[in-house]
Design a protein around this ligand. Structure first.
Ligand code: ADP
Length: 588
C-alpha cells in the first residue's frame, strides 16, 4: 500500500482496547474507512466505526501483544490499491501486499507484522509506447500509451478518472518506472503508469450494458445448459469435495476472458498453498505462456488475519476494474465467498453488533450485492467496452443451501451452478446438478450461439433439457417398480438420458482432450445422441425389441466422443451418426 511509506498528516491517538482484529482508539481524528497504523509495530488497519471520541479499527494483521496506550496513526486516506503494470503475475494478500516481496523482506513464508510493500514495483522500468502526441486532446480515462506488461497482455496507460484532461504538452518514449511522468498536459497534469484507487469504491464507467455474449467456459454443462454472460454473475455452492476448486480453476484456465483475478479467500491453509504453488506452473491454453501472465492471484489462507480476508474481494475487484477500463474482459473468481462472509461475521461480533440470521451481520445481503454489482458489461469512460464476470464459490456448512450466505447470494446472482454431493460421490463430474442449477442469461445469449455455433442451438438444448426432466420423473417410478416394469418407449428415454449424462454432461478436468470443450463440439456431441434418439424411436415403432436397439455396436461410442480431438470431431460424429443409422435400420 502506497500510503504506508508516506504518512503525511500525523494524526495520533492511543489504543484503548484490543479484541482480536478489532482495536478501539481514543483521541484519534479520523473518518470512516481511513487507513491507520496501529501500535508500536505500525500494523495496518481501517476505521470501521466512529462513536464520539472512540474510533474502532479493523486490523489487517495479527494483534497479539498489542496493548492499550500504544499509538494509532491516521493516514487520512482510504484503503487503496496500486494500479499499474506489474499486477499480472503477482500474488497478493488481501490488502495487495505482494507475498513474494514480503517473504523476501522477512526471509520466511510466515508473514511478520508491520511489514509493508507497495502493490507494484515502484523501481522497475517498463517500456512505454505512447499512443498520443503533443497537441492531442485527452480526457479522463483515455488511453495515452501501451506497456507490454507480460508476453500475453498489453497494459494500457490511462488518464486517471479524477484528472481534468486537456491538451498534451509532451510525451516520453522509452523505459520508465511507474512513477515517472510519461505524458504531460498543458494544464500541468502529469500522467504516470501508476494510479491509486480506493478499493471500496467502484471505478467510474460510462454505462452498464445488457450482456449479450457468453463467457465461453469450455465446460459442456455450463455452456450447453447454464451459460454465463461476459459481465455476468454466477455462484457455485457446494459441500466440501464436490468440485468447487476444480471448477473455478477450469474456468480460470479456459474461460475466454483476457484477464483472470483469482481470489483465494481464506480456504483451509494448505489448500491455498496448493493454489499458490500450482498456479504459477499452469500453462495458458490460449497462448502456451504461463497462465500467470494474465492472472492476478489474491491469497488469504484461513490462518491469515480475518480483516485481510474481509478486504480481499474489494482489492481483487478493483484490480479487475482497472483492466476492464483498458477494454479487457475480466473473469474474477472468489473461492470462497463463505469465508469472506465469515470474516464479516467475526468482525461484526467483535463490534457487538446486533446479529442477524445465524450470527451474520444484518448488512450481509447488502455487502454481497455491492460486490456482485461491480460485475457487468460496460461502456468504459474512454469509450472502450470491457467486462467483469464474477464467479463466487460458496461453501455452505454441511452442503445445506438454506443457510444465509447461499440464500442471499442466490437472490443476487443470475447463474447458479449447484454442486451436488451425491453426484460427486458417484464420480459424476463436474458434479453440477442439472435440476437445481439455472442461468437467467440463457435466452439473451441464444442469439450469440445461433449466430456463432448453430441456428439449432436453443432447440437442441431444449431437447436435452426435456429428456433430463423426463428421466427425473421416470426415475421416481423406477425406484418404486424397477426399470423392467416400464414400457419400452420410456426405457428408451432412460437410455438416451444416460448418454446425455455420461457422454455429454460428464467431463473430466484431468484428461487433456476433454478438459476444454469448444461450443461447436458441445453442440455436435449432443447431435450424435439426438441422432440415436431419433433413429432408435423409429426402430422401436417399427417393432424392433428394445434390447436389440440398445445393444447396437455404435451405441457405446456415444459415451466416448468427448475424448475425440477437437479437429476430428466433425468427421467422427458424421461417421458415428451414419453407423447408428445403418445399424438400427438393419434391424427392421
Ligand atoms: P471442493 O473445492 O468443493 O472441496 P474439489 O474441487 O477439491 O472440491 O474437488 C474434489 C475432487 O473431486 C477433486 O480432487 C477431483 O478428484 C474430483 N473432481 C472435481 N471436479 C472434477 C472434474 N471436473 N473432473 C474430474 N474430477 C473432478
Amino acid at each position: 500500500m502506497s500510503q504506508a511509506t508516506d504518512v503525511a498528516a500525523e494524526e495520533r491517538g492511543q489504543i484503548e482496547s484490543v479484541s482480536g482484529p478489532v482495536v478501539t482508539a481514543v483521541d484519534l481524528d479520523a473518518r470512516m474507512n481511513d487507513v491507520v497504523y496501529v501500535g508500536d509495530e505500525g500494523l495496518m488497519g481501517e476505521v470501521i466505526e466512529i462513536e464520539g471520541n472512540v474510533t474502532t479499527v479493523q486490523v489487517y494483521e495479527e494483534t497479539s501483544g498489542v496493548g492499550p496506550g500504544e499509538p494509532v496513526v491516521n493516514t487520512g486516506e482510504p484503503l487503496t490499491v496500486d494500479l499499474g503494470p506489474g499486477m499480472l503475475d503477482s500474488i497478493y494478500d488481501g490488502v495487495q501486499r505482494p507475498l513474494d516481496v514480503l517473504e523476501e523482506k522477512m526471509g520466511s513464508a510466515f508473514l511478520d507484522r508491520g511489514v509493508d510493500a507497495p502493490g507494484i514495483d515502484m523501481d522497475k522500468e517498463w517500456l512505454f509506447e505512447p499512443e498520443v502526441e503533443a497537441g492531442d486532446a485527452v480526457e479522463p480515462g483515455d488511453i495515452v500509451g501501451n506497456v507490454p506488461e507480460t508476453q500475453t497482455i498489453d497494459h494500457k496507460v490511462m488518464v486517471p478518472p479524477d484528472y481534468e484532461g486537456g491538451v498534451v504538452e509532451s510525451v516520453e518514449t522509452g523505459e520508465f518506472t511507474v512513477q515517472d511522468p510519461v505524458v504531460s498536459l498543458e494544464n500541468g497534469e502529469e500522467i504516470q503508469m501508476h494510479q491509486e484507487w480506493p478499493v471500496r469504491e467502484a471505478r467510474p464507467v460510462q454505462e452498464k450494458q445488457t450482456p449479450t455474449e457468453p463467457l465461453i467456459s469450455g465446460q459442456r454443462i455450463l455452456d450447453g445448459l447454464f451459460p454465463l454472460a461476459k459481465g455476468g454473475t454466477a455462484a457455485i455452492p457446494g459441500p466440501f469435495g464436490s468440485g468447487k476448486t476444480v471448477t473455478q480453476q477450469s474456468l480460470a484456465k479456459f474461460a475466454d476472458a483476457d484477464i483472470v483475478v483469482y481470489i483465494g479467500c481464506g480456504e483451509r491453509g494448505n489448500e491455498m498453498t496448493e493454489v499458490i504453488e500450482d498456479f504459477p506452473d499452469l500453462p495458458d491454453p490460449q497462448t502456451g505462456n504461463p497462465l500467470m501472465e494474465r492472472t492476478t492471484l489474491i491469497a488469504n489462507t484461513s490462518n491469515m488475519p480475518v480483516a485481510a480476508r474481509e478486504s480481499c474481494v474489494y482489492t481483487g475487484i478493483t484490480i479487475g476494474e482497472f483492466y476492464r477500463d483498458m477494454g479487457y474482459d475480466v473473469a474474477l473468481m472468489a473461492d470462497s465467498t463463505s469465508r469472506w462472509a465469515e470474516a464479516m461475521r467475526e468482525i461484526s461480533s467483535r463490534l457487538e453488533e446486533m446479529p442477524g440470521e445465524e450470527g451474520y451481520p444484518a448488512y450481509l445481503a447488502a455487502r454481497l450485492s455491492q460486490f456482485y454489482e461491480r460485475a457487468g458489461y460496460f461502456e468504459n469512460v474512454n469509450g472502450s467496452e470491457g467486462s467483469i464476470s464474477v464467479i463466487g464459490a460458496v461453501s455452505p456448512p454441511g452442503g445445506d443451501f438454506s443457510e444465509p450466505v447461499t440464500q442471499n447470494t442466490l437472490r443476487i446472482v443470475k447463474t447458479f451452478w449447484a454442486l451436488d454431493a451425491d453426484l460427486a460421490e458417484r464420480r459424476h463430474f463436474p458434479a453440477i446438478n442439472w435440476d437445481d442449477s439455472y442461468s437467467l442469461y440463457r435466452d439473451q445469449l441464444d442469439e450469440w450461439f445461433e449466430e456463432n455455433v448453430s441456428a439449432d442451438w436453443p432447440e437442441r438444448r431444449q431437447w436435452a433439457v426435456d429428456i433430463l426432466d423426463e428421466e427425473g420423473e421416470l426415475q421416481e417410478i423406477v425406484q418404486l417398480v424397477g426399470e423392467d416394469a416400464l414400457p419400452d418407449d420410456q426405457r428408451l428415454t432412460l437410455e438416451v438420458a444416460r448418454y446425455i449424462r455420461e457422454g455429454w454432461l460428464q467431463q473430466n478436468a484431468f484428461i487433456e482432450v476433454d478438459q476444454y470443450c469448444p461450443p461447436e463440439k458441445t453442440f455436435k456431441m449432443l447431435g450424435a445422441i439426438k441422432k440415436f434418439d431419433d433413429e432408435a424411436f423409429e426402430a422401436l415403432e417399427a417393432g424392433v425389441p428394445i434390447d436389440e436397439i440398445t445393444s447396437i455396436d455404435a451405441a457405446p461410442k456415444l459415451n466416448r466422443i468427448a475424448t475425440t480431438p477437437d479437429d476430428e470431431v466433425d468427421e467422427h460424429v458424421a461417421e458415428l451418426k451414419a453407423e447408428i443409422e445403418t445399424q438400427l435400420r438393419e434391424l427392421y
